[in-house]
Write a protein that binds this ligand. Structure first.
Ligand code: SF4
Length: 279
């Protein structure tokens, strides 16, 4: 018997599974549900959209969890070749050209729900660049990346490294907010990262920090649990790439801040930075 979850339950469920996904857990099992616990929705019509019987049916086989849209479950599209270096004095205008080319973008489905496209923020000549997953509600409203609670935490992380936000460059895998903050679908991410890669080529940061599993997936071109990617230096388009937790995840589980700080210290080592002296 099918039942449709109410919006609040559905969002809570998605949030919980995101939490597990950040931990690198992607396989879930369906447990048989007592039919007496399920009540039919009188408004439901056969074939109506929503979480239909497939969600509640008994099934002992392991499944890859799917949110509203599938989380990246296959290899991302290979990144295009790196373009020639842009002189430092011309990087701001080169980035503006990319922004102009994106325009009022409708290249993927995410355009339909956005208020503002979030291109990037920060110094075009930054030595350090952060890449997150995609805009949330605050970012969508302001047109800037990482300006909500997670952004405040990212600002604190940057300050702990002895830097100011204006000294780094910040962008996301996708530039438009996915509905309900879901993970971008592969088609959306693969379409939008073609611009992200060009931004990286222009900025040419010495160190790139991938914030969370989605950023790591699309930068490294392989879907792997975060645990296997953290704690070492990768290489991407001429930059040293460090993988760490997304600040939104750290807000949900502050115990992992220590681990994230260890990752940031790797980035600092690569940049030759020392933590600021405490007052
Ligand atoms: Fe265009 Fe990227 Fe927005 Fe999709 S997410 S509509 S590709 S700017």
């Amino acid at each position: 018997m099918a039942r449709t979850l109410d919006t609040a339950t559905r969002e809570a469920l998605v949030e919980r599974v995101r939490f597990y996904r950040d931990l690198g857990l992607t396989e879930f099992y369906r447990r048989p549900v007592d039919a007496a616990l399920l009540t039919a929705d009188p408004d439901e019509q056969p074939g109506a959209p929503g979480l239909a019987s497939e969600t509640w049916e008994t099934n002992s086989k392991p499944i890859l969890f799917q949110e509203d849209q599938p989380i990246p479950s296959r290899k991302p599209t290979p990144a295009p070749p790196q373009v020639a270096a842009v002189p430092a004095a011309e990087r701001a205008s080169a980035l503006q050209l990319i922004r102009d080319e994106i325009g009022d973008c409708t290249r993927c489905a995410l355009h339909a729900g956005r208020n503002r496209l979030v291109f990037a923020d920060g110094d075009p000549n930054a030595r350090l660049m952060f890449v997150g997953e995609g805009p949330g509600a605050d970012e969508d409203a302001q047109g800037l990346p990482f300006v909500g609670r997670a952004g405040q935490l990212l600002n604190n992380m940057i300050a702990a490294m002895g830097l100011k936000r204006e000294q780094v460059y910040i962008a996301n895998v996708v530039k438009c907010r996915p509905p309900g903050n879901r993970t971008p679908a592969p088609e959306e991410a693969n379409t939008c990262t073609q611009f992200l890669f060009r931004q990286i080529d222009v900025v040419r940061p010495e160190v790139l920090v991938a914030l969370g599993a989605t950023a790591a997936t699309y930068l490294l071109g392989a879907r792997q649990p975060l645990a296997g990617l953290r704690g070492r230096v990768h290489s991407f388009r001429g930059s040293q790439l460090i993988v760490t937790y997304h600040p939104a995840y750290l807000l949900r589980d502050p115990r992992q801040k220590k681990e994230a700080w260890a990752d940031l210290q790797i980035a600092m080592r690569e940049l030759g930075l020392k933590p600021p002296a405490k007052d």
